[in-house]
Design a protein around this ligand. Structure first.
Ligand code: CMC
Length: 429
């Protein structure tokens, strides 16, 4: 055997084992041969929350958390945010290469031709209470799409897959806009495929029959950059859910609906909403130091700070801060920005945050931008979900085509009761 191995001595038995190392990783199943008795199950690795477990091999997104690097298919996020568009990045993430001019035209055309939603879905959205959380609508509407397109269950068929991808990426902005218009009691604007992806979204959200209505190009571009930044982030909570549900060969709508549910939580895609709630609670710059003290006492978390992977800085946060200023040039500044800047300033020089490597993450500023664009807070996670659909679908396809993948099925360490006899109700204490 080469030097690329790990030698393990089991002190319970004195036996030594040699396991191969590939990509700085050992196969967890190689540990299974380490046993005390021949009929033992064998050694397992205990890793709650997958802190140090690679669950797949992937060629989509590269992150170096210590150096603050994020690349999609090898391209640095900074270059994509500056030079590309969300739909081009979406193609890149899904198919591995930047599209040619013809490929891009075809791709944009396919997506923008799939923006209309089935009238049943329109009725479904209307059936929600006026104050329904848009993420509840998203999760339900996407899962309902599996009933409208039952052929989607043929997940091994590349043509079927492709069509569902067009549908999902095309229709999510429409569902978002209709969910929003439903809540404010305004008529729905049907999609306009002559506009760009993000301009069409802003139009569907905003248009009220004004003469000479135009979406401000700077705002559409800001949304586009935000979408690029959110398009994928390798094996995060919601992506892992997409892969796990997809591994049972469920159709992509069911898997994506589950991924969206995972994204909804305040520690993940709900963080941008939580940041805004926090900034509103703090209210003024003068209240910032007292709030920081509460964070340090462990009473509350500084939302929009910290990341499981980035322990230096989140490269998306630096780009988004720039976008925030570009948006403010069009809309005028936002009072909450002063509170956010002061929070950031104090936190970045406080030992509590420095020693724990807590820096602003992508959500620290995205919430302020969305607020400035007058999105209600509970729309924020939806605005994260729209672009993340590209990443979810790319990861789903990669999982399906990976011969090493099977249905996801973690192990457990059972610590419950030993076998015991059933006690009749009248004899229980
Ligand atoms: N405010 C205050 N303390 C924090 C924070 C925070 N935001 N995040 C972590 N800590 C502390 C934590 O209390 C712990 O301290 P100690 O060692 O004294 O117990 C230490 O830092 C390590 O925290 P952890 O919870 O073990 O770290 P994690 O890697 O499990 O958590 C996180 C990552 C993102 C869930 C967490 O930093 C957090 O809750 N942040 C706020 C929510 C947020 O902004 N989420 C958006 C993430 S970016 C978008 C996305 O990718 O979904």
């Amino acid at each position: 055997m080469s030097n690329n191995t790990l030698t393990i001595t089991d002190n319970r038995t004195g036996k030594t084992y040699e396991v191969p190392i590939e990509y700085d990783t050992i196969h967890a199943t190689d540990l299974r041969k380490i046993k005390v008795n021949p009929d033992d199950f064998g050694l397992m690795a205990y890793d709650p929350a997958y802190m140090n477990t690679a669950a797949c091999k992937s060629s989509i997104t590269y992150i170096d958390g210590d150096k603050g690097i994020l690349r999609y298919r090898g391209y640095p996020i900074e270059q994509l945010a500056e030079k590309s568009t969300y739909l081009e990045v979406s193609y890149l993430i899904l198919y591995g290469e930047l599209p040619t001019k013809e490929q891009l035209e075809y791709w944009e055309n396919r997506i923008l031709r799939h923006t209309f939603i089935h009238e049943n879905l329109v009725q479904l959205i209307r059936a929600f209470r006026y104050d329904a959380h848009p993420m509840g609508i998203l999760i339900s509407a996407v899962s309902a799409m599996s009933t409208l397109y039952p052929e989607a269950k043929h997940v091994r068929d590349p043509h079927v897959r492709e069509k569902q991808i067009w549908r999902i990426i095309g229709k999510l902005p429409t569902i978002a806009a209709f969910a929003y218009r439903h809540r404010i009691g305004r008529p729905f604007n049907y999609p306009d495929s002559s506009m760009s992806y993000t301009a069409n979204l802003l139009y569907m959200l905003d248009y009220m029959n004004q003469r000479d209505y135009e979406v401000h190009p700077a705002l559409a571009r800001a949304m586009d950059v935000l979408f690029i930044l959110h398009a994928d982030h390798e094996q995060n909570c919601s992506t892992s859910v997409m892969r796990a549900v997809g591994s049972s060969l469920a159709d992509p709508y069911s898997a994506l609906s589950a991924a969206a549910a995972a994204l909804y939580g305040p520690l993940h895609g709900g963080a941008n909403e939580a940041v805004l709630l926090m900034l509103n609670e703090i209210g003024t710059v003068a209240n910032v130091p007292a709030y920081i003290e509460r964070v340090k006492k462990g009473e509350v978390r500084l939302m929009g700070f910290g990341h499981r992977v980035y322990k230096n800085y989140d490269p998306r946060a630096s780009i988004i801060k720039k976008v925030a200023y570009e948006v403010f040039e069009v809309t005028g500044s936002n009072v909450l920005l002063d509170v956010a800047l002061e929070l950031e300033r104090i936190a970045l020089q406080d030992d509590y945050f420095i020693s724990r490597k807590l820096y602003p993450n992508v959500d620290f500023y995205s919430g302020i931008i969305y607020h400035t664009l007058r999105f209600p807070m509970d729309m924020f996670p939806f605005l994260f979900a729209i672009p993340r659909a590209s990443g979810w679908l790319a990861q789903w396809m990669e999982m399906l085509d990976d011969p090493e993948q099977k249905i996801a099925r973690p192990r457990q360490i059972y610590l419950g009761a030993d076998e015991r006899d059933y006690v009749p109700l009248e004899e229980r204490k």
